[in-house]
Design a protein around this ligand. Structure first.
Ligand code: ATP
Length: 560
């Protein structure tokens, strides 16, 4: 990671745009805050993350099945789940500049004198500053010259100016600074603090309103009438679709408790303050598991899933030194949760939640039972049969109908399962893998001279392109051989890319930025002995292998 976290974010955002990982949604119309689009490389990366999750969580296991539920559900679901009454965030507004903030995630600035930093200061106009607040277009901010003002003057411009005259003071790439030509002061953003009475607007220093509750569910209408009876909501989480289908799944598959239902899908939250690139968006994807188990086994399964989910990220290349498991304090737990831990990642903008794993007890099923009137209890047939067989083997008299009814309703046989919920965000995982992959190092060019390069060191399983194929030159039959190898790779289901344009060193650099783990080059020797070179993205080692062996070679490397 680059030393400076803002700088790293700037570079990553620029690379994501330049190379087609992530674009601002509806960018040609100025974008829309909190919505993002994935480009050709981004969609492959994101799909690979979802595929890896589905493969590891559903397909490889005996105790998991999947569902794909609708985004709009009967509004009663949200009444039962508590979202209608309680899915709120506190919202505060600035009475001066009208900026809006989340009252529990307030940013404050602390000023501290910075020794040994040249007091050179740049300022940006406020429109660029506002865009910067959403961390979207920082690289495009127009830097205007050091206005050469005193700290006080700069701060007053910062606070009171309007339009293009209002300036943010920034030492580019290194945070927010003010300087008086002699000393330099850093304004450190203290993020996610609860807003206290008397706190001022972090943008203009103005007075703030009191916090008001704001429900984050997006509302819509179903059907032609736009009245209260037609109101529906875009789901703010995928979990409730799973709970609503728990009985359907039990009745239609042979699965037995303990088992889990998994779902990947879109969720929508009208976040008060979307920020940190895709980290907090208004439309995003979740990958969620609801794992149903006997109440006595819930603690064991909670620990199992907490650790399994943590290790899943490590296995796909997120270094464990940047991941942390943060158990919730008692006062942080939802009233129905028995335990909960966040899997957090050290993003350049701070340590933040990637996934939450919670023991939700029987809260959700009980709520849906109450609101729908449908019985959500589970009857353990196997345990009941074993009990009857055992009685028989012991020569005990057959049970009467009444005895059977009473005994079979005991909690060893009939119970409402408890639920362990690992709930992760696809977009947050994608952002974490992008941050982790971003690397700057040195690699030799064609002449052997070391050049700095940017390389996305994705885990091969996640890399958008697995193999790129180049003819060294565009003649002597090399393009035809390279094209054959490229087609064979595509046919074998490998995401492959063909490139014959420009110097081969440049083509390597382009693939390094895309994170392609293997580059195959067809050269003069290929025409004589049908061998090609395969360059490893990370070690830069080149293997010479048979041209016919490219597909098995790459496949083996991907699975190792
Ligand atoms: P936060 O405290 O960051 O708002 P949360 O605790 O409300 O998150 P959950 O309701 O537990 O999040 O949602 C599960 C997962 O969904 C989160 O761990 C995160 O990965 C993802 N997620 C939630 N909200 C957003 C969002 N606004 N943008 C992107 N991903 C999100």
């Amino acid at each position: 990671m680059a030393e400076n976290s803002n700088e790293l974010m700037d570079k990553l955002v620029a690379l994501c745009k330049r190379r087609g990982f992530i674009f601002q949604s509806s960018e040609i119309y100025g974008g829309i805050n909190g919505f993002w689009d994935y480009g050709p490389l981004g969609v492959e990366l994101k799909r690979n993350i979802k595929d890896a999750w589905w493969e590891d969580i559903v397909r490889k296991r005996d105790d998991m099945v999947g569902v794909d539920c609708s985004i709009i559900m009967n509004p009663k679901v949200w009444e039962a789940s508590g979202h209608l009454a309680g899915f709120t965030d506190p919202m505060v507004d600035c009475k001066g500049c009208k900026a809006r903030f989340r009252g529990d995630q307030f940013d404050l600035y602390e000023t501290s004198k910075v020794p040994n930093i040249p007091a050179q200061v740049f300022a940006t106009p406020v429109d660029a500053f506002n865009a910067f607040r959403d961390e979207q277009v920082r690289l495009d901010t127009r830097i205007i010259a050091n206005p050469g003002m005193t700290t006080e003057e700069l701060q007053s411009v910062y606070r009171r100016g309007t339009g293009r005259n209002r300036a943010r003071i920034v030492l580019r790439g290194a945070g927010i600074f003010v300087a008086d030509g002699k000393d330099c002061y850093q304004l450190t953003r203290i993020v996610n603090q609860p807003c206290k009475p008397g706190d001022k607007c972090p943008i203009c220093g103005g007075d703030l309103t009191e916090a008001r509750k704001f429900n984050m569910m997006f509302k819509t209408f179903v059907g032609a009438m736009e009245d209260s009876s037609a109101v529906a909501y875009l789901r703010p989480e995928t979990a409730q679709g799973i709970f609503a289908n728990y009985k359907n799944v039990l009745d239609t598959s042979r699965i037995k408790v303990p088992f889990g239902i998994a779902q990947i899908g879109k969720a929508f939250r009208n976040e008060i303050n979307p920020r940190n690139y895709t980290f907090r968006s208004r439309e995003f994807e979740q990958m969620e598991i609801e794992f149903f188990c006997h109440p006595n086994e819930a603690d064991k399964w909670y620990e199992y899933w907490r650790d399994a989910r943590f290790n899943w990220y490590v296995g796909l290349g997120l270094r464990s030194s940047r991941l942390r498991l943060r158990p919730h304090e008692k006062d942080e737990l939802a009233f129905y949760a028995r335990s909960c831990a966040d899997i957090e990642y050290e993003f350049p903008f701070g340590i933040s939640e990637l996934e939450g794993v919670a023991n939700r007890t029987d809260y959700d099923l009980t709520q849906h039972q109450k609101f729908s009137g449908k019985d959500m209890a589970y009857f353990d047939d196997d345990a009941w049969q074993t009990f009857l067989d055992q009685r028989k083997a012991e020569g005990k008299p057959e049970l009467t109908k009444e005895e059977k009814t009473t005994l079979s309703s005991g909690s060893s046989f009939r119970y409402t399962p408890h639920v362990i919920e690992p709930s992760g965000g696809v977009d947050r995982a994608t952002l974490a893998f992008l941050c982790e992959a971003y690397t700057e190092d040195q690699a030799p060019d064609e002449k052997g001279v070391m050049q700095s390069r940017t390389v996305m060191k994705f885990h091969p399983r996640l890399a958008p392109i697995k193999v790129a194929v180049f003819p060294l030159v565009k003649k002597e039959g090399m393009p035809e051989v390279a094209d054959r190898i490229y087609r064979a790779a595509k046919k074998a289901g490998l995401a492959a890319f063909y490139d014959e344009k420009g110097a081969v060193g440049r083509r390597y650099r382009r693939q390094d930025e895309a994170g392609t783990p293997f580059c195959v080059t067809v050269d003069g020797q290929t025409l004589q002995d049908q061998t090609v070179t395969v360059r490893d993205r990370d070690s830069l080692k080149q293997d010479r292998i048979a041209a016919d062996n490219v597909v098995p070679y790459v496949r083996e490397k991907l699975s190792s």
